[in-house]
Design a protein around this ligand. Structure first.
Ligand code: GBH
Length: 498
């Protein structure tokens, strides 16, 4: 049935983090300011034909300069946390092959201090898709085991300079998406793919996503090891990874379709979480593509397992999953596709979509998916602490001259309230979820969709960059006020950066 918009007091635990999420390339702009180096996304977005509206993130929403104003918006909403990512190329313009850019360090240091001053916890991602172009050119970035040395070097610098104030660290944002879109379909940099998977001049869609993912897993583990050995005791924070998580609903009650849903999870989510938490790739991957799967060395295996303090979940949508081993399945419907795990992903069944469709082609409103994916991860990973690190809905431009001060984005309010309601249900059933981040505070650069798709609680007028709250912002503020009974903030300490 339909979900109500009412909120249930104390559904969420005390000290639950309520925030919004962002990322460096989508928000900062300031492409060349203060010694920043170029990233893979700077290069990619400037190539013709890559971004739908021909735009790029050179300026984005200029959060690099406007962050004090944005923190005021957060304060007004009553947020107690803000998720952002550090631009690797701002800290290390040439990776470990050049100097540390202290102006970049100083920028994030100021941002962190400004957040803490308002009682807003920084929730910091080291890599949200963007890596220094230098690493791409020197050795092919994620395709090379060399990336581990660079990631270790970078992570150590971040822990050293910011770890006295940052208590939540994320190594990688959506490595599953990076691997698939960068190396299978090739629609993200470095645009590598082959065969029927996409339209690229070089790459190998069967092997390279697996290799890139393998190196990402090793980078994650290496950073966690450094944090635990050198910093965690003194700094007292926690470290995890953020995965894109789709709920795959079995297309039918058949055992085959149920197994197909399991395989879909294994080839998307457990692909990373299984090695990190249990030290090996999922059984289904070994069974189906064992010969293509990279092997962890004896030394690597020692560092795998129990390799995170929390699981970050970016959850937006659900799809049906249909068996493709025992039955023939052709991706007939729009948006349907076959995954590596011999499962057909489709949004349509008997002519009906799994949920209301939206302006975003991959996003269907299916709030039940939130409870199901959280419960799935809880059961599979022994109730490891979880954060919903992203959840939200995109719309087309909804500001026109007749609009009053608040823009009426009722669809977003319905989406967020129903997904939060579903999340509360999972928590009541015992899931250890510790925070929720709406994507996003502001409209921003939506990757290959450019500025055409808007995920903000605030509208941004491009290019004046004026921020205007939507109804969803006012709604989220009320929701938070009624949900968090007691917030305890880590006191702000004014420490100097060497
Ligand atoms: C997130 O994932 C990103 O972290 C964030 O930066 C972005 O702005 C936000 O979502 C909104 O898009 O069709 O098989 O790929 C974005 C990438 C795109 C990954 C949709 C999952 C759905 C399944 N996501 N995709 S698929």
């Amino acid at each position: 049935g339909s979900m109500e918009l009412t909120s249930h007091t104390s559904s969420f635990p005390d000290n639950f983090l309520f925030g919004t999420a962002s990322s460096s390339y989508q928000y900062e702009g300031a492409i060349l300011s203060d010694g920043k180096g170029l990233s893979n996304w700077d290069i990619f977005a400037h190539k013709t034909g890559k971004i739908f509206d021909g735009s790029n993130g050179d300026i984005a929403v200029d959060h690099y300069h406007l962050y004090p104003e944005d923190i005021e918006l957060m304060e007004d909403l009553g947020l107690n946390s803000f998720r952002f990512s550090i631009s690797w190329a701002r800290i290390l313009p040439k990776g470990r092959f050049g100097n540390v850019n202290m102006a970049g360090v100083y920028h994030y240091s100021k941002l962190i201090d400004a957040l803490l001053y308002k009682g807003i916890q920084p929730f910091v991602t080291l890599t949200h898709y963007d890596v220094p172009q230098e690493l791409e050119e020197r050795y092919g970035a994620w395709l090379s085991p060399n990336i581990r040395k660079d990631f270790e070097y970078y992570a150590d610098i971040c822990f050293k300079y910011f770890g006295n104030r940052v208590k939540y660290w994320v190594t990688l944002n959506e490595p599953n998406v990076m691997a698939i879109r960068g190396y299978r379909s090739g629609i993200y940099p470095p645009s590598r793919c082959s065969g029927s998977y996409g339209n690229c001049s070089k790459g190998n869609s069967e092997k390279e996503p697996l290799i890139a993912a393998h190196n990402m897993i090793l980078c994650h583990s290496a950073a966690v090891k450094i944090y635990r050995n050198k910093y965690q005791k003194e700094q007292g924070g926690s470290i995890g990874i953020v995965m894109n998580a789709v709920w795959y609903e079995p297309f039918s009650n058949s055992t085959e379709d149920k197994l197909a849903s399991e395989r879909a999870q294994s080839f998307y989510l457990n692909w990373f979480l299984n090695p990190i938490i249990y030290g090996k790739y999922p059984e289904e991957m070994h069974n189906l593509i064992g010969s293509r799967l990279p092997v962890f060395s004896k030394n690597d295996v020692k560092n795998l397992g129990n390799g995170l303090d929390f699981i970050g979940i970016n959850h937006y949508t659900s799809f049906y999953s249909k068996d493709c081993i025992y039955s023939k399945c052709e991706p007939g419907e729009p948006g349907a596709s076959r995954s590596e795990g011999y499962a057909l992903r489709t949004a349509i069944r008997d002519g009906e979509p799994i949920g209301e469709s939206t302006a975003v082609d991959w996003l269907y409103v299916h709030p039940q998916g939130m409870e199901k994916i959280v419960t799935y991860i809880m059961n599979r990973y022994n109730n490891t602490p979880m954060f919903i690190t992203e959840n939200g809905i995109g719309v087309l431009d909804d500001l026109n001259s007749s609009t009053t001060y608040f823009i009426n984005d009722v669809k977003r309010v319905e989406y967020m309230s129903s997904y939060l309601e579903s999340l509360a249900m999972a928590i009541r059933k015992g899931a250890d979820v510790r925070g929720y981040f709406a994507w996003s505070l502001l409209d921003n650069f939506e990757w290959i969709s450019g500025y055409t798709i808007r995920f903000g609680l605030h509208h941004v007028d491009f290019p004046t960059l004026k921020r205007t709250p939507r109804i969803s912002a006012a709604w989220y503020k009320e929701f938070i006020k009624n949900q968090t009974l007691a917030n305890i903030f880590v006191p702000y300490k004014n420490e100097h950066i060497e």
